[in-house]
Structure formats: structure tokens, C-alpha cells
Design a protein around this ligand. Sequence first.
Ligand code: ASP
Length: 315
Amino acid sequence: MRHVRSISELGRDRILGLLNLADRMAEINSRPVPKVPALRGRTVVSLFYEDSTRTRLSFETAARRLSADTMNFSVSSSSVNKGESLRDTVETITDMGVDAFVVRHKSAGVPWQIAQWTTAAVINAGDGAHQHPTQALLDAYTITRSRNSQDLAGLRVAIVGDIRHSRVARSNVEAFTALGAEVLLVAPPTLLPPVVSHWPVEVVHDFDSVVDSVDVLYMLRLQAERMNQGLVPSLAEYSTHYGLTPRRVARMSVDAQVMHPGPMNRGVEMVVDPAEIRGSLIHRQVTNGVAVRMAVLFDSLAVEPDHSALREEAR
Ligand code: ASP
């Protein structure tokens, strides 16, 4: 069973394999009927203990395009409210015969725990501030394919903002460096993890000193729900120093690109309207997310991973 729980567990070769497989999925998504029978008879359950719009819908769309059956677990209307434990919930769903759990939870490490309680594949859709591997895969896919390349060698990528609380930053640092990019973290000291000295990155506190020299600016959401202390003096001050303003966009090099995992805090980290940024990849990230999640589900679940089922159309 092939779990997808963290970027480091995947490693460079499997990352590259999944990005190539996502090309096949993007081709399916461009057909008039974007659906193949590749995962017919397989069941994918979404187990989301934290809010989500795009990740949940993206996985569900991906599963349906591969003809898998989907089950949706909603914490607010489940027996979790009667005190049922995570373990009992996972074992109960496993007994129904599911092939994959797509899981999001506020605690780091939950996908690893779940893997001990089920025979199904476990796909991490975000565990606390730890990992969000499919976001990193779709981001790597979006940058490489927008530049007609296979990896990120030679690119300078700045990840800007609330690194401390961001599973996206942790996953992207691992994925981008595995693919050869030079990664800068741009943040105030209070929004960095307590120890970053072992991360393969350069740390910068002055956004203006690097805005004109990067190929990709990856803006992060200021994660108010994970903050239990005043880590920024005020939102206005944060925006002044770390927000993407029209003035900063004007200083970016002509072919530089801007990304954001969503949801955006407009007026906080995104002061400029993204529709006005020529190099914005934000819509492409969402579109590519479906193809990348199809690749992840197919790679984890296909009985005969010989790709022949990707050529047929589902009836
Ligand atoms: N959607 C991403 C996540 O779930 C980023 C964010 O929420 O800021 O981690």
C-alpha cells in the first residue's frame, strides 16, 4: 500500500514520477468527458477534522474522474460528537471496505497513527503545521510545467510570511529543494519556527531586499487560527513589511511568478489584487491540484498500474 504522508517519505524519484503521471491526468482533464475507469470499484473516504474548501473538493473531483466511489465523513454530523475516538472511527470505516483515507487533522502525525489502524492507503491532506504533501506536489507541478521543465534547478523561490504555522511551507521547502531550487524564507523572526538552522534554506527578514531577485514569490496566509499569542504587532504593520503590495509587484522581475495556496487574506498578505499580477499562477495551482491528486490516488490505488485504464473513457 502506497501512503502519501510527507514529502520526505516520497523522495525525489517518486515526486518526479508523480509529476509525470499528473501530465497524463491533465490530458484526461482536457478531454470532453474527463473521466476514466482506472479506479472503478475502489472507495476513497475523506476524513476531514479541519476546515477545507479546495483540498476536499479537489480530492473528491480527482477520485470521481478516476471512477472511484467516494465517501464523505463530516465531523460535525458524525459520532465524533458522541465521543467516538479517532481510532474507533478509522476502524469502523475500514470495516466497511475502503481503499484510501484522505485525512486532514489539526494534530501533526495523525496520518501515521491512522496507518497503524487500517489496511487502506493513507493520504495526508494536512496534519497540523506539519505536512501537506499534495499541496507541495501541485505547486512543484505548477512551476515546472509553466516553465516547460521537469525540475526546479536554477530557480530562486521565496516563501513569504507565516512560515511558523505553515504545513505548506514545510512541505514546499522539502519538495522545492529536492527538485533543485534555491529556497529563501522571508518572515519576521516571530513567524519562523524556533529552529530553522538545519533547513536547507536562506532566511531573510527584509522582503524588499529580495523582491526583485526571485523567480517565484510564494505568499502564505497569516494563520490566525493557529496563533495563540500576539506574534505580529498589528495586521497593518504585517502588511506593510510582508504583504504583496502593488509597489512590490512593480519591482519583481518581468518573468517572476506569484503563488498562494489559498485561502487568501486580501488586504493582509495579498494587498494587490492577484488578477492584476501578470505572473500569477494562483488559478493554475487550483486547476493542477485535481490532476496531481488524480496521480496520487492512481499511484496509491491502481490494481494494474500499467496505465492502460487511463486511455479508456468511462461509460
Ligand atoms: N490551504 C492550506 C492549508 O490547508 C494553506 C492555508 O490554509 O493557509 O494548509
